[in-house]
Design a protein. Structure first.
Length: 455
C-alpha cells in the first residue's frame, strides 16, 4: 500500500484507521524496523480485542522473526500486561491497540526491554524512516540470519500475581465494586487480578468486543461513565471503577456515583507509596494536576516534581529522578515498582486497599485529597494557536502577584488560582485547565481566559 506515515506515526505511538491508513503489510515492515532499531534478539508482542489486532500482531511478528528475532506472543492482553511481560522477561515489546479510539482504528505502542518508552526522540523516528525506505522494495533480509522462533506464552496469572505482590488487598474489609470494562481488556484482566479478594464484583460490559457496542471505552469523557454511575447507586456499591479500551487507565467513582478526580487519586496513591517507602521519595505530577498533589506529597515527606503532559515525559523524568510514583490528570499512573510504566490496575488496587483498610466511605476518604475546584479540560478550536497564546501573555504579564511560565504551553498563576493553556499537537485546538480555591473564583478565571482564547 502507499501510506503516508506522517499521518499515523504520532509522538509516542503508531495509530490510524485500518485498512485505509495502514494494514498487515505495513505492520510486517514495522516489525522488521523494530527488530533493527532495538537490536534485540528476542521480543514480546501482545494485542487487544479489536477485530484487526490479531492479524496486525502476527504480521509484526513475521517481520521481526524474518530478521532472526525470536518472538514471544502473549496474545490477548492489556497494555500494562504487555509492559509487565517486557519488564519481567527483559525484552522489547509491542502492543497492538488504539486504546480508547473508535473501532476502525488500531495502533502500536512500543517499548524497549524493561518497558522503557519508545517515542519520537527514543527510536520511533528511526523506525518510521526505515519503514518509509522499505515501502517499495520490502525489508531486506539480513545476511545469514535464520528466521527466529515464534512461541506462545500466557502471562496473565504472573501479571496478576506481580500486581498483588505490590499492594496488600487480602486483609481489607469486604467491598462491593462495580467495574465497567467498556468491552475492553479490563474484562480479560479483572477476573484474574481480583480473584479470591474480599470483593463483590458487579461486572459491566466484560464481553471483549472491539466494536464497543455499549459506549466508547474512554472513561475521561463524562458520557461514558453514566452507566457506571447509575449502577453504583442502584447496587448501593462502595465504589465504581472504569477502564479504557486497553485497560491501562482507570477512572473511579465514589459510593454516590460522583467522579473522583484523577488528581485526588494521584494524591491518595502518592501518600500510600511514600508510606511504603519510609516517608521519602520523589513523586512526579504533570503541570495540570491539582495543587492538592504537591501539597499532599510534601505533607507526607516526599518531593514533588512538576513535568510536562505526556507519558514519554513522565517516564523519562521517573527514570532521571528515580521517582517512586507519577500521576497525570488523564488517569495514567506510573510506578517505580512497575518498571516506571503506567498501570491503571495497580492504581485501582491501591484505591481498594485504602478504602478497605478503614471504615469511611470513599467520598470522605478522598475529600482530604481534593481541596480545590477545577474546570476540567476545555478545548477551543482556534485559527492561530501562537497568536492566542501571545494574547493571553499580553493580558496577564505585569499584573500584580501573577506569575507566568512556559514549561508546557503557558501557565498563569496567583496565590488563589492558576490556569494552563497548551496547544494540541495534532489538531488546531487550545486546551484550557483552570483551578482555584473556590467555585466563583474558578469560574471567573476560566471565563476570562476563554474570552481571550476565543477572541
Amino acid at each position: 500500500m502507499s501510506a503516508d506515515l506522517s499521518q499515523i506515526v504520532k509522538a509516542y505511538d503508531v495509530r490510524g484507521v485500518v485498512p485505509d491508513q495502514w494494514d498487515e503489510s505495513l505492520a510486517e515492515l514495522f516489525g522488521a524496523a523494530f527488530a533493527q532499531v532495538t537490536g534485540a534478539d528476542a521480543i514480546v508482542i501482545g494485542h487487544d480485542m479489536r477485530p484487526s489486532s490479531p492479524g496486525l500482531a502476527h504480521a509484526f511478528a513475521r517481520g521481526a522473526s524474518a530478521r532472526g528475532v525470536n518472538v514471544t506472543e502473549i496474545g490477548l492482553c492489556s497494555t500494562d500486561q504487555l509492559y509487565y511481560a517486557s519488564g519481567a522477561l527483559g525484552l522489547p515489546g509491542a502492543m497492538f491497540t488504539a486504546s480508547h479510539n473508535p473501532a476502525q482504528y488500531n495502533g502500536i505502542k512500543m517499548c524497549r526491554a524493561g518497558a522503557a518508552p519508545i517515542g519520537q526522540d527514543t527510536g520511533l523516528t528511526e523506525i518510521r524512516e526505515l519503514v518509509e525506505e522499505w515501502l517499495d522494495s520490502g525489508a531486506p533480509r539480513p545476511e545469514a540470519a535464520a528466521p527466529g522462533e515464534v512461541t506462545r506464552r500466557d502471562t496473565l496469572k504472573d501479571y496478576a500475581a506481580h500486581l498483588r505482590s505490590l499492594v496488600d488487598v487480602a486483609s481489607i474489609r469486604p467491598l462491593k465494586v462495580v467495574v465497567d470494562a467498556g468491552n475492553g481488556m479490563g474484562g480479560h484482566t479483572v477476573p484474574t487480578v481480583f480473584e479470591g479478594l474480599p470483593l463483590d464484583v458487579v461486572p459491566m460490559y466484560f464481553e471483549l468486543d472491539g466494536t464497543f457496542p455499549n459506549h466508547e471505552a474512554n472513561p475521561l469523557d463524562p458520557k461514558n461513565i453514566v452507566d457506571l454511575q447509575q449502577r453504583v447507586r442502584q447496587e448501593h456499591a462502595d465504589l465504581g471503577i472504569a477502564f479504557d479500551g486497553d485497560a491501562d487507565r482507570c477512572f473511579v467513582v465514589d459510593e454516590n456515583g460522583d467522579p473522583v478526580s484523577p488528581s485526588a487519586i494521584t494524591a491518595l496513591v502518592a501518600a500510600r507509596e511514600l508510606a511504603k517507602h519510609g516517608g521519602k521519595g520523589t513523586i512526579i505530577h504533570n503541570l495540570i494536576t491539582s495543587w492538592s498533589v504537591p501539597e499532599v506529597v510534601r505533607e507526607n515527606g516526599g518531593t514533588p516534581v512538576r513535568t510536562r503532559v505526556g507519558h514519554s515525559f513522565i517516564k523519562g523524568e521517573m527514570a532521571r529522578s528515580q521517582a517512586i510514583f507519577g500521576g497525570e490528570h488523564s488517569a495514567h499512573y506510573y510506578f517505580k515498582d512497575f518498571w516506571n510504566a503506567d498501570t491503571g490496575m495497580l492504581a485501582a488496587l491501591h484505591v481498594l486497599a485504602a478504602l478497605g483498610g478503614q471504615d469511611e466511605p470513599l467520598s470522605q476518604l478522598v475529600a482530604e485529597y481534593d481541596r480545590y475546584v477545577g474546570s476540567g479540560e476545555i478545548n477551543s478550536t482556534v485559527a492561530d494557536q501562537q497568536a492566542r497564546l501571545a494574547a493571553i501573555r499580553a493580558a496577564y504579564e505585569g499584573r500584580d502577584g501573577v506569575e507566568l511560565d512556559d514549561l508546557d504551553g503557558l501557565t498563569v498563576s496567583s496565590a488563589d488560582w492558576w490556569f494552563n493553556v497548551r496547544p494540541s499537537n495534532t489538531e488546531p485546538l487550545l486546551r484550557l485547565n483552570a483551578e482555584a480555591r473556590d467555585e466563583a473564583t474558578m469560574a471567573k478565571v476560566r471565563d476570562e481566559a476563554l474570552e481571550i482564547i476565543r477572541g
